[in-house]
Write a new protein. Structure first.
Lengths: 336, 281
């Protein structure tokens, strides 16, 4: 029996949709349109508005509006009051309003070397950590993707498991290892090496970031590497290419999307990282997340703190947009 | 080929050593008698004295209890909102403002925590001035902030789970006359239950673990566990934190293993049921 006839036999009574007066029209639409759930829901169910509205309103109120407030505040002047800033549009008298749009906060960011240097330093730390993450994560993802299917799930679980334990405590664990009298120096001491100063250096921050964000690098890489068609490698071996050449010409180019996704997932949060540099990093060179928090809590300069965060976002816009497009493409790919 | 399998073993061994040595060192030294965390006192170790110290520390216990309450409420709220958002994005087709919704659900995933914290704190300050709520900051403001960033993760999990199967089952139920709400509770929800469960656990962990956002939106008297731990370890290593870490690693390890087993069983059951439903046709 053709599909369309089966449909007509199973057609529900008109009122089943609760469509009321418009039920007839809907049932006609239903009979002649290609029925998909999304369409039913859109045309027949008043509750769909509510389903859309609840998460929508929440995100507008607690994500979009706060963001607009930060944007607005970044153009305000600081004042010694509570809240400590001047309103953008102020009522001076019954007939006059003063507009206090102030670009001074942004000018201040560029004139004070503290800010520019901490921006550059954050980007440098994030970039080096991302590269180290890739160097450690790629071989691991490769090894997991090429191991036996039963082992794969165990390896993956072991990769994810530390992620479920406290991030803060995992960073703290490195304090005990990196200290001058810590475990690494004790171990090196057996061979007559060291002791090295590792705490409160850039090196310690790289280690902390790589350690904390390694799963974010491995998981997208793994899901890419796992999908590769291994017959391509066989073909290339048949044609006389060595394993290194095959890797460089086939596996590496194919895994490029995974590399991009993993790198962005590490780089973006690493730029704004606050906890790791606070516990392991230098005190003479702050990362931008720390500058923001100090500006807000220690100096109580809310407008400058807002300007710092807007500038940080501008810095991250390109990678974030890249990541979003990537995410959408992956989701669209999974649907197929 | 042989050299490459050697390389793979090498990569796995060093990778996992890198991941697990720090955690195991915390577990090991939590049984150490010495106050100097990294010097093993062979004479009086192993000892449970740091566990006893931990369990008699009212500040830590109080903070842990607050964190559990915050995380449980957050996870439940985030699962409800995130499931709705994931359903809307995966199943409702195009509608006005869809792009904005999808942007707002993925943005918190990549937004630096300091910015999320700052912006939410400013919102709460403004709201208090405007409508007198929230009066001061505490439990409610922490939960709202946590739900906002945790629901983004739940949305992604639910949405990608929904993307793995098409809507033919839902369509069939609609053909047979079920209302959309009934279709959701009888068909969609059971199918995405594993995703919802892992979303709940993920949201719980994210909230339980969050330091930066809590620091911004918490008030005096609402100190979560990560805030206590951070202020302690900033001053240097302390052995009772090792004991705390050990307890948490044990619970998480057991939890992850059990939930992995449960999920596998659940997924097998769903696959079996789908197969049976198909063969009955």
């Amino acid at each position: 029996m053709p599909r369309s006839q089966t449909r007509q036999l199973q057609k529900p009574p008109i009122d089943a949709w609760g469509a009321g007066r418009l039920g007839l029209i809907f049932s006609l639409l239903y009979r002649y349109g290609p029925p998909r759930w999304s369409q039913y829901v859109r045309k027949h169910w008043a509750g769909q508005r509510l389903v859309i509205a609840v998460p929508y309103l929440w995100l507008v109120l607690f994500f979009a509006v706060p963001f607009i407030i930060v944007l607005k505040l970044s153009f305000s002047e600081v004042r010694l009051a509570m809240p400590p800033f001047a309103p953008l549009i102020e009522r001076v008298s019954d007939v006059a309003y003063a507009v206090n749009v102030n670009l001074g906060n942004y000018a201040f960011l560029f004139s004070d070397p503290l800010y520019t240097s901490s921006y550059l330093y954050s980007v440098k730390v994030a970039a080096i950590s991302t590269l180290l993450c890739l160097l450690i994560g790629y071989p691991m993802s490769y090894a997991i993707a090429r191991s036996a299917p039963t082992l794969r799930n165990i390896w993956l679980m072991l990769i994810i498991l530390p992620f479920w334990t406290s991030f803060l405590l995992r960073v703290y664990a490195w304090v005990g290892l990196l200290k001058t009298d810590g475990l690494i120096n004790q171990a090196l001491g057996i061979f007559g090496l060291g002791p090295f100063t590792m705490m409160y250096t850039d090196f310690a921050v790289y280690i902390g970031i790589v350690y904390s964000y390694l799963p974010f690098m491995i998981l997208p890489l793994y899901s890419n590497l796992e999908k590769h068609d291994l017959t391509l490698l066989e073909a290339s071996a048949d044609l006389g290419a060595g394993p290194i050449k095959s890797f460089l010409r086939i596996t590496l180019p194919l895994s490029f999307p995974g590399i991009v996704a993993g790198s962005l997932l590490v780089f973006i949060p690493a730029v704004g990282e606050y906890v790791i540099p606070s516990l392991l990093g230098r005190s003479d060179q702050l990362m931008i997340g720390r500058v923001l928090s100090d500006e807000f809590f220690a100096n109580r300069d809310w407008p400058v703190a807002s300007a710092v965060s807007i500038a940080m976002l501008l810095l991250l816009v390109v990678p974030i947009v890249l990541f979003q497009r990537f995410q959408n493409r992956e989701l669209a790919g999974a649907k197929k | 080929m042989k050299s490459r399998s050697w390389f793979r073993r090498f990569a796995l061994f060093f990778g996992f050593a890198f991941l697990y040595v720090p955690i195991l060192s915390m577990v090991f030294f939590s049984f150490n008698n010495s106050r100097l965390v990294t010097v093993w006192d062979a004479a009086d170790s192993p000892t449970l004295k740091w566990y006893r110290a931990l369990l008699s520390n009212d500040q830590i216990l109080g903070a842990a209890w607050l964190s559990i309450k915050v995380a449980a409420v957050t996870a439940t709220g985030a699962v409800i909102l995130g499931t709705l958002a994931g359903l809307v994005l995966a199943r409702f087709g195009p509608f006005k403002g869809r792009t904005l919704l999808s942007g707002m659900t993925t943005a918190p995933l990549v937004m630096p925590e300091v910015i999320t914290g700052l912006s939410l704190l400013l919102l709460f300050v403004f709201l208090e001035q405007l409508i007198g709520w929230p009066q001061g900051r505490g439990f409610a403001t922490i939960v709202i902030a946590h739900i906002t960033f945790a629901m983004a993760y739940v949305t992604v999990v639910v949405q990608s789970r929904l993307a793995t199967f098409d809507d033919s089952l839902e369509e069939a139920a609609l053909d047979l006359g079920a209302r959309p709400a009934k279709v959701f509770f009888r068909i969609t929800l059971p199918l995405i239950l594993p995703a919802i469960l892992s979303g709940w656990l993920l949201a719980f962990t994210l909230s339980w673990d969050d330091l930066v956002i809590s620091q911004f939106v918490a008030g005096p008297g609402s100190t979560t566990l990560p805030m206590v731990v951070f202020s302690k370890v900033r001053l240097g290593v302390s052995p009772d934190i090792n004991a705390l870490a050990t307890i948490m690693v044990t619970i998480v390890g057991l939890g992850v293993v059990l939930s992995a087993l449960y999920m596998r069983r659940q997924e097998r059951r769903v696959a079996l049921e789908m197969q049976m439903a198909k063969s009955e046709k």
